[in-house]
Each structure stands twice: as structure tokens, then as C-alpha cells.
Design a protein. Structure first.
Length: 599
């Protein structure tokens, strides 16, 4: 009886589910049919139809309805309908595809005119930059022929940047792909007197262009100017061929030409460079590229670098840049045979757009006459900096900044960063001496009230000074904790060697016998001649009768003690599996100004 009752209940539930599914499928089919008809009706709308639905009082006077506005209206209507039918993501995708298809169709129609205008624009703007980056092996580079061909680019994505758009403008970002057939021929003159007509062929490009329409006006075409820029270059491939010859017969020329072309593209069109096309006469200087500040970078050290040499260790050096142009790229010195190099070098960069730019660091192995081999690279977004505040960062090195599929550990690099916007007063102040301030850690200062009566203040205001921070650094080596065992008995006999790296002043603590948690409580005073460029190195050693073994080290700049005056902290040991060192540091400053002109 129970069995029959269970069968009856199961059969009833099954029939109910089938009926419910059939009804849901019919409702979904009806909704899709209705939506398709609605979208088709909107696609056939005229300007007059649009104005009937949305009367003039509901849109600003500069709006002129066009096919783009029709598509936008379709997009918003689809979003409204999709909320009802609960398939918003799919319908939004369909709407975007409609807009992209329309844009690509229109671009193909006007491409011949775009080709003619763009070719002249490229020739006028890029040719001077090609001359600027012409390598020593060549004497000149000029366009002989320049047309973009018959194949128009394809837009693969489009978005409006709400954060960048405002009441006076619209900012678009458009993903673009171009496998073009341009006819570009460069006349290359070498230092040897040889003239080479070099053809640029097989161009393949993918990237993101940013278009800024500003200001919006009440006359056609509704905006005063358009600024365009290559926001992101994802890939750029091309081949070089000598017309009637073989470029490979001239070693080094092909690489030099390719590097020059890439540098010219980076300098002429890549964001934050903004090329402005004036549509309506007016002053559009506010849209031009303008530096907004400086970035002070102290390259402190790297640790645990991957070894690239078969015999010995790598000889690392670092390359730093915000924009990867030869004259905007900085290089450190090479540290031979070292996987934990200490550089303690300072560099300064111009910042043009804090919100989008990055600082890039590449650590390479110096191979002498051969090309240097990349150990790893890293990036830091400048938008993470607070103006006037020093930020210390450790950046993990990766193989590739774009495709990060390789998770292999390649080491880390330590930086101290300070962003100084233009037009602001000094903001780094010593809390124990209010009479001086540092606009950066290692840059020149304008004379302040520290100037003595020996110098005429009127003349002093016209001269720049270099600040030399002298004083006494007091270091109390308090104790160590959880040091790794190095002796057979599971203990160690640790002591600390203190070294001022620039002046090479040294001191050391007493030996603490058979302990992994030594206590020293010893004070050391160092007279520092140039604190901004000095570094304190502490090495913990194990004392044995016949040898001394390094346990670990700590390397620190003077930045923190200069800013805080006095502090106590616990520092982990680099190069050791475990262990910390407890330190107390105090700075007693003495400032000296020196004329840069007298150096």
C-alpha cells in the first residue's frame, strides 16, 4: 500500500514539473519574440520618432540625434527590458555588438578619407620624432611614401569613461585591431653614405585608443576639439624590407630602424601624450600634455635574485622608467657577482598623469658585450602615492608584466618613492627642527630662512642650493630574537657588525656566546657627513675560532630616522631562515647648504 502511494505521489510531482517547464519555456519564447520585435522596431526609428519618445526639453541643446544616438537609445531600452526578462548581461552584450558593427561599417565607408587625412597628420607629426631618435649608425630617416592602405581597422570594444567624462566633455576608450596593408617606405641614409628605401610591411596592431571630445558646444559637430592617444599598446608587429634588396646584409641596421620606429610611436602618440585636432577655432591648451610633478625614486636594494650565470653569480643592474624612452630611462650601476645587491641610488622622473602612469623597474644581468639578460621586472602604480609622503615598497619581480603566467619566484626589489606635485610647498619636515624642510630626499632646495647674513638674500633667491644633512646617528643594538642555529650544538655565537656604507665607518658588538636570543644593549655613534645618501648596514655574524659565518643582514636608508628623528623597531633578517634584530635609532641633525654652481 505504501509503495503504491509513493508511486502515485512521485507520478503527480513529475507531471507537475513537466507542465511547469512547458509553461516556462512558452513564456520565455514569448518574451524573446517580443524583445526581438521591439529591438527591430527601434532599429527602424527615425530622428522624428526619437524626438517623439524623448521630447526636446529632456535633452541638452547641443545634442543632435544621429545613428549613434539611435544605437545608444536602443542600448538603454534593452537594458530596461532586460531587467524585466532577467537576461541583462546577454542583452547588453547584444547592444554593444550592434554599436560595434555599426561603427565598423561606418569606418569602412569613410576610410579612404581617413587614410588621406591621417597619412598627412602622421607624416607631419612623426617624421620630426623619427629624426630625433635616429641612431648613430644612421644619418637621417624620412618618409618617401605613406598611405595606410585599403584595410580599415576594426573596433572590438568601446566604453565611456564616466570618471573622466564631465559636463564639458566625453571620454571614450575603443579597443582596436588592425591587420593593415599600408604602403610605407622610409628613405634611410646611413653614415656610410648608403641610401636604403626601407618598406614597413605586415603591420599587425592591437591596442586601446582614448578619445576626448571637449568642450561640448551648441553648434555642429557638438564639440570644439578631439584629443586622441594610444592608451594601451597590446601588440605591434611589423617587418622591414629593403626595396630591391636584403636588410640583413647590413648588420645592426634593421634593429636600429625598428627601435627608432617604436620610440617614435611611444613619444608621439602613447598616453599621456594627447594629440589635439581642432574642430572649431579656439584655445584648447588645457587639453595638452602638461607635467604635474616629479617622482623621486631611491633604488635601495634587491634580494633573492634568480641566478642567470652558469659559473658564479649574476651581475645585476636596474633600469627604471615611467615612459620607456631612451632619454627618460635611468640605469643603476652594476653590482658584480651578487644576488642580493645594494645600490642605494637616487633617480628623478617627470610625472605627467598620476592617475594612470606606472614606475617600471627591470633588473638585468650584465653580460658585458652581449645583450643583458632579464632577471625580472615589476611595476608600481603612481596613484598609490600620497603627495609629500615617502613610501617604502618591496616589489616582487616577474618575468612579464603583461602575461603573468610564470609564477616562479625571481626575487624582490626595494624602493623608496616620493611624489612632489608642482605648485606645492615643501611638505617633508623634520619634527625636531622646524627650521628646515625637504621637498624631496635628494633634490635641490630654494634658500629658506636658514640663509645667514653673509649672503645677500636677494641674490640667494635666484640661486639653488643643495642641502647637505650632517649630524650624528646613534644606534642602540638592543637584542636579537629567534636566530637560526649555525653550530653543531644547535646554538650560535652571534655578534653584529655595523657599517655606514658611504663613509665605510664600522663598529661591532661583543660576542654573545651560545644563544639564539642574544642581548647586547650597546650604543654606537656615527658622524654622518651626508645623511641623504648614506645607508646603515648591519650584519649578524657567528663567531668561531677559525672562521666567521654570516647569519643574516639588515640594510636601511636614513630616510625614516631623518623624518621621525627617533624610533625603536624590530627588523627581520634578510638571507636568514628566521630571526629579528631590535634596534633603537636617533638622529641629531646639522644642516649645511652648498651652492650648486660652486661644485
Amino acid at each position: 500500500m505504501g509503495f503504491l502511494f509513493g508511486m502515485l505521489v512521485g507520478f503527480s510531482i513529475g507531471i507537475g514539473l513537466i507542465i511547469s517547464f512547458a509553461k516556462y519555456a512558452k513564456i520565455r519564447s514569448t518574451r524573446r519574440t517580443f524583445l526581438a520585435r521591439t529591438v527591430a522596431a527601434f532599429a527602424r526609428m527615425t530622428v522624428q520618432d526619437s524626438r517623439k519618445i524623448l521630447p526636446r526639453q529632456f535633452y541638452p541643446p547641443w545634442v543632435v540625434f544621429s545613428q549613434r544616438q539611435k544605437l545608444s537609445l536602443i542600448h538603454h531600452f534593452i537594458k530596461f527590458i532586460s531587467r524585466v526578462v532577467a537576461i541583462e548581461s546577454l542583452l547588453t552584450l547584444v547592444s554593444s555588438l550592434i554599436q560595434l558593427i555599426w561603427l565598423n561599417v561606418q569606418l569602412e565607408k569613410i576610410w579612404p578619407s581617413v587614410d588621406e587625412a591621417a597619412s598627412e597628420l602622421i607624416r607631419a607629426s612623426v617624421e620630426p620624432i623619427l629624426e630625433q631618435y635616429t641612431p648613430a649608425i644612421l644619418s637621417s630617416m624620412k618618409f618617401d611614401k605613406l598611405t595606410l592602405g585599403t584595410v580599415a581597422p576594426q573596433f572590438t570594444g568601446i566604453s565611456i569613461l564616466e570618471s573622466e567624462s564631465g559636463a564639458d566633455g566625453i571620454t571614450l576608450e575603443m579597443d582596436m585591431q588592425w591587420d593593415g596593408n599600408p604602403n610605407i617606405v622610409l628613405n634611410i641614409n646611413t653614415r656610410l653614405g648608403v641610401t636604403l628605401p626601407v618598406q614597413v610591411k605586415d603591420i599587425g596592431f592591437t591596442g586601446v585608443f582614448r578619445l576626448i571630445f571637449r568642450p561640448l558646444v551648441d553648434q555642429f559637430p557638438c564639440f570644439g576639439a578631439v584629443a586622441y592617444s594610444l592608451r594601451e599598446k597590446r601588440s605591434l608587429d611589423f617587418t622591414l624590407k629593403v626595396v630591391g634588396g636584403d636588410l640583413s646584409s647590413l648588420p645592426g641596421v634593421s634593429d636600429a630602424i625598428e627601435e627608432t620606429i617604436r620610440n617614435a610611436i611611444e613619444d608621439s602618440i602613447t598616453w599621456p601624450v594627447r594629440n589635439i585636432v581642432q574642430i572649431i577655432p579656439g584655445d584648447y591648451s588645457d587639453m595638452e600634455l602638461k607635467p604635474v610633478g616629479t617622482l623621486d625614486v631611491k633604488l635601495v636594494q634587491a634580494k633573492d635574485l634568480t641566478n642567470k650565470d652558469i659559473i658564479g653569480k649574476s651581475d645585476p643592474f636596474a633600469v627604471l622608467f615611467i615612459r620607456p624612452l631612451p632619454d627618460k630611462t635611468k640605469s643603476s650601476k652594476t653590482i658584480d657577482n651578487q644576488l642580493n645587491p645594494i645600490w642605494n641610488e637616487h633617480f628623478e622622473f617627470i610625472v605627467e598623469d598620476l592617475s594612470t602612469q606606472h614606475l617600471t623597474v627591470k633588473v638585468l644581468d650584465n653580460e658585458g658585450v652581449q645583450n643583458s639578460e632579464l632577471i625580472g621586472c615589476a611595476q608600481f602604480a603612481l596613484k598609490g602615492l600620497e603627495p609629500g609622503k615617502v613610501k617604502e615598497v618591496w616589489l616582487k619581480l616577474v618575468k612579464d608584466l603583461v602575461i603573468q603566467r610564470d609564477n616562479k619566484y625571481r626575487g624582490q626589489v626595494q624602493l623608496e618613492l616620493l611624489y612632489n606635485p608642482y605648485g606645492t610647498e615643501s611638505s617633508l619636515k623634520n619634527p625636531f627642527n622646524a627650521d628646515y624642510s625637504l621637498t624631496s630626499l635628494e633634490k635641490v632646495l630654494k634658500p629658506s630662512k636658514l640663509e645667514t647674513g653673509a649672503m645677500d638674500l636677494g641674490k640667494a633667491a635666484q640661486k639653488k642650493k643643495e642641502v647637505i644633512v650632517r649630524g650624528v646617528l646613534s644606534v642602540i643594538v638592543i637584542s636579537g630574537e629567534n636566530l637560526p642555529p649555525v653550530d653543531l650544538n644547535g646554538k650560535a655565537d652571534p655578534f653584529v657588525v655595523l657599517t655606514m656604507k658611504k663613509s665605510e665607518s664600522k663598529a661591532k658588538t661583543r660576542v654573545a656566546n651560545e644563544t639564539l636570543n642574544p642581548v647586547w644593549n650597546q650604543t654606537f655613534d656615527f658622524v654622518v657627513e651626508d645623511a641623504l645618501h648614506e645607508m646603515l648596514l648591519l650584519e649578524i655574524m657567528d663567531h668561531d675560532t677559525f672562521r666567521k659565518e654570516k647569519i643574516g643582514r639588515i640594510a636601511m636608508t636614513m630616510t625614516r630616522v631623518l623624518l621621525e628623528g627617533e624610533f625603536q623597531d624590530t627588523f627581520p633578517l634578510d638571507g636568514a631562515k628566521s630571526g629579528h634584530l631590535n634596534l633603537h635609532l636617533k638622529w641629531s641633525p646639522q644642516l649645511v647648504f652648498r651652492d650648486r654652481d660652486t661644485q
